[in-house]
Design a protein around this ligand. Structure first.
Ligand code: MN3
Length: 191
């Protein structure tokens, strides 16, 4: 069975004015969709056809890995966003942030720093690594899914994620993600 493009968890204009419908139309409708199309072409007729997306990400290399991981990373990113999100977390993830970083403000500063300093294209993640939370950044399509840490939320820092709305101002996009968009319910569900 072919890998499918999952539906968005909200309407394409639901994140405006922070992320515009135009960005979502390109980012989901063109970029994410293209990774799905490319992946299906690459695995057709191979022993990866019929495997789950997660299994393909964990076992593939090269172009198959890049496309599969980008399909998985983007779906995880959409779920990391919600209309009316952002601000301080509540629940178990709030306690874990307190214990791991010494408070929300320290977490916020470190997450923003990681996302802003990922050179070129990539991702920043809040992950659960053993008993602690940690912040990691990954280049290009690389993803914590191939390691031992469990991803809780992510931010896409490829230029296509913010250039329409923020031009080159990546730090402003990161700040907006933290203050207005991040879906702490998703982080709590993953914890
Ligand atoms: Mn992207």
């Amino acid at each position: 069975m072919a890998i499918e493009l999952p539906p968005l968890p909200w309407a394409e204009d639901a994140l405006a004015p922070h992320i515009s419908a135009e960005t979502i139309q390109y980012h989901y409708g063109k970029h994410h969709n293209a990774y799905v199309t490319n992946l299906n072409k690459l695995i057709e007729g191979t022993d990866l056809a019929g495997k789950s997306l997660e299994d393909i990400v964990k076992s593939a290399e090269g172009g198959v890995f890049n496309n599969a991981a980008q399909v998985w990373n983007h779906t995880f990113y959409w779920n990391s966003l919600k209309p009316g999100g952002g601000g301080k977390p509540s629940g178990a993830v709030a306690d874990a942030i307190e214990q791991s970083f010494g408070g929300y403000d320290a977490f916020r500063q470190q997450f923003a720093q990681a996302a802003a300093t990922q050179f070129g294209s990539g991702w920043a993640w809040l992950v659960k690594d053993g008993d602690k939370l940690a912040i990691v950044k990954t280049p290009n399509a690389e993803t914590p899914l191939t390691g031992v840490a469990k991803p809780l939320i992510t931010i896409d820092v490829w230029e296509h994620a913010y250039y329409v709305d923020y031009r080159n101002a990546r730090p402003k996009y990161i700040e907006t993600y933290l203050d207005h968009l991040v879906n702490w319910d998703f982080a709590n569900a993953n914890l």
